[in-house]
Design a protein around this ligand. Structure first.
Ligand code: COA
Length: 328
C-alpha cells in the first residue's frame, strides 16, 4: 500500500501546575497507593486561571511548525481534536488559526473523545493522499480539569490537561508515512462515559439535570473491559491490513488512560515492555492530547527512528476506537 501523510513536526504544551496524588488526598477520599496501583498515574497537569484549551493548542502548534520548518501561511487546514473547547462557538481551531496567523487555512474541531487525535490524523491523511502538496496541522488539546467533578473520586484522579500537535504533509519517500488508519464507533454504549450537561438538550442554566451530570461520569469497569478488547482488535486490524505482525513493531504508542489497560494490550499483542510507550504517570489521561504528547516524548527520548514501524491505538467515550500504522 502506498504511504500517505508523513508527520514532519511535533510539539507539546503542558500547564505548569502539577497536581500530585498526594495533593488529591487533600481533596477526596483517596490515596497515592490506590491511584498508583489501579491506574499507574502519579501526577497530572492542571490549567491555572487564564490558561485555556486554545492557549495550549497554540503553544503546541507553534512548536510543531518550528520543528517542521513550515510557515503558518503554508497551512491548508487545521483540525483540533477536543471535547473541551474554549467555546461552543466558534471552534477552537479557528482561534488557533487566528493566533498563529495561518491566513490560508480552513479550520474545524473534531469530537471523537480520546480517539480524536487518530480520527483527525485519518482525516488529514485522506486530504493529503488526494493532494500530496497539502500541509495540515492536527492538534489534540484538552482542558479536562474543568469537566471533572472534584467531589467524585472515581473520576477526578484520572484526568489531566495538555495539548500535542503534529504537522503533516505528503511524503517524498514512498517508504515513510501513514500506512493506514482504522476508525470505529459504537454509539449504543454512549451512556457508559458522558458529560450530559451544557449541550442543547440540557442547557447550562436548566434545572432538569443533577449537578454531577455537568461533569464527566463514567462506569469505569465497563469502560475498562471494552477498551482492552477494542484496542486489541483495532491494533490487529492495522497490522493485518499491512501484512505485519506485532513482532514487526518498533513502538506502540497507546492512548494513556490506565497502565492496566496498556499492560493488558501489551500482553495480548505479546510485546515486551520496551516496545510500548508510557508517560501517563506524569500526565494522567489527557484524552485527545495523550497520543501526540506521547509521540513528542518518544521522539525526544530517541525511541522513534527513521524506518520504524509505529502503531498508534486509542479508545474513548462514544465509544470510539481507532488505530494508525506509520512507517516513521
Ligand atoms: N480512591 C480510593 N478508592 C477508590 C477510588 C479512589 N480514587 N475510586 C474508586 N475507589 C473505590 C471504589 O469505591 C470501590 O470501593 P468498594 O469496593 O468499597 O465499592 C473500589 O475502589 C474499587 O472500585 P472499582 O471501580 O471496581 O475499581 P477499578 O479497579 O475498576 O478501578 C478505574 C477504577 C476507574 C481506575 C478503572 O475502572 C478504569 O481505569 N477504568 C477505565 C477508565 C478509563 O480509562 N476511562 C477513559 C477511557 S478513555
Amino acid at each position: 500500500m502506498k504511504t500517505g501523510a508523513v508527520i514532519c513536526g511535533l510539539g507539546a504544551a503542558l500547564p505548569s501546575r502539577v497536581l500530585t496524588n498526594k495533593d488529591l488526598e487533600q481533596i477526596v477520599d483517596t490515596s497515592d497507593e490506590w491511584i498508583t496501583q489501579r491506574t499507574g498515574i502519579k501526577e497530572r497537569r492542571i490549567v491555572s486561571p487564564g490558561e485555556s484549551n486554545s492557549k495550549l493548542a497554540v503553544e503546541a502548534a507553534k512548536k510543531a511548525l518550528a520543528r517542521a520548518n513550515i510557515s503558518p501561511y503554508e497551512l491548508d487546514l487545521i483540525i483540533v481534536a477536543t471535547f473541551t473547547p474554549d467555546y461552543l462557538m466558534p471552534a477552537t481551531a479557528v482561534l488557533v488559526q487566528d493566533q498563529i496567523g495561518a491566513k490560508n487555512a480552513g479550520a474545524f474541531d473534531l469530537a471523537a473523545t480520546c480517539s480524536g487525535f487518530i480520527y483527525a490524523l485519518s482525516v488529514a491523511d485522506q486530504f493529503i493522499r488526494a493532494d500530496r502538496s497539502r500541509k495540515i496541522l492536527v492538534i489534540g488539546s484538552e482542558v479536562l480539569s474543568h469537566k471533572v467533578n472534584w467531589e467524585d473520586r472515581t473520576t477526578c484522579v484520572l484526568f489531566g490537561d495538555g495539548a500535542g500537535a503534529a504537522v503533516l504533509t505528503g511524503s517524498t519517500n514512498d517508504q515513510r508515512g501513514i500506512l493506514s488508519t482504522h476508525l470505529h464507533a459504537d454509539g449504543s454504549l454512549w451512556h457508559l462515559l458522558t458529560v450530559k450537561g451544557c449541550g442543547s438538550l440540557y442547557p447550562p442554566c436548566g434545572d432538569e439535570l443533577p449537578r454531577e451530570e455537568y461533569y464527566i461520569k463514567m462506569q469505569g469497569r465497563e469502560v475498562f473491559k471494552h477498551a482492552v478488547r477494542a484496542m486489541e482488535i483495532v491494533a490487529r486490524e492495522a497490522l493485518d491490513r499491512n501484512n505485519c505482525s506485532p513482532e514487526d513493531l518498533a513502538l506502540v504508542v497507546p492512548h494513556q488512560a490506565n497502565i492496566r489497560i496498556i499492560e493488558a494490550l501489551r500482553e495480548r499483542l505479546g510485546l515486551p515492555s520496551e516496545k510500548v510507550f508510557v508517560n501517563l504517570h506524569k500526565y494522567g489521561n489527557t484524552s485527545a492530547a495523550s497520543i501526540p504528547l506521547a509521540l513528542v516524548e518518544a521522539e525526544e527520548e530517541g525511541r522513534l527512528k527513521s524506518g520504524d514501524l509505529v502503531l498508534l491505538v486509542a479508545f474513548g467515550g462514544g465509544f470510539t476506537w481507532a488505530s494508525a500504522l506509520l512507517r516513521w
